[in-house]
Design a protein around this ligand. Sequence first.
Ligand code: G1P
Length: 310
Amino acid sequence: MTTQAHATGRRAVKAVIPAAGLATRFLPATKAVPKELLPVVDRPVLQYIVEEAAAAGITDVLLVTGRGKTSMVDHFDRRPDVEARLEEKGDKARLAAVRRTSELADIYTCRQGEPLGLGHAVGVAASHIGDNAFAVLLGDEFVDEEQPLLPAMLELQARTGGIVLAFIEVAPEETGRYGIASVKPSEFGEDIVEVTGLVEKPSAAEAPSNLAVVGRYILPATIFEAINNTKPGSGGEIQLTDAMAQLLADGTPVHGIVYRGHRYDTGMPLGYLQAVVEIAVKRPDLGAEFGQWLSEFVAKQAKNAGGAQG
Ligand code: G1P
């Protein structure tokens, strides 16, 4: 039977990327360009996310899109005209980079007709996913490729058959931006906790811990029924956190891995800029020159600020 609540042993092989949001934080840039396609150096954010999935062995990726966002799908399509031009010019490196986008994964799409919340967006993936566990990757964050998170999450989910989350530790003033968990130690080791409660975007006073849910989830297919039964919650939206809390209350095991690597959060202008700078500095082709310019620029700024003060 594959539909048991806690079916164990099989690693999830599909991912859902909810990407139907309006991205008001980046207007007017996102009037005509989906925020998921904003470039971090020379690759769109969404490509880093699909690469993260592919590196973990997930090559069936469903993009949940909305109006005006179909260019996201084009990014992963072939471009024979561009490829032919690069071939003529003998630009092998760019040719390989362009081809790679269409070879990373099998990309599927479906529409979330109305932006009714993250839980609702995941809910529209039900028929594509079927009965097996699957990953959810939020479309505006990704982790350092040298410190992957998904493989450990997928492995743990295959053992528990339940929900597997990932946490970062946040400061009290940040709890209102995240789902926050109450936890206890687990049998799986120091950095893996058992979740005893989940609350969406609590104030610092209401937060049960400093462990914030990041945008990577491995979920059993039973989440779809829970989403159907979930009423609008925080922000008037159908929240994935509330649907997960229901499964938890019904006895589904929920665990979280405390992630100690580097996470890029491109959902807001500041985090986006930080990601661009950090990744540019790490790039073998750009890093040395850009890093040199950056330190000179920062030194000049500091000197100017010092001069202005003194
Ligand atoms: C969503 C989730 C929240 C989670 C966050 C991670 O919130 O609802 O539980 O902590 O992503 O980035 P959003 O950022 O979409 O408001």
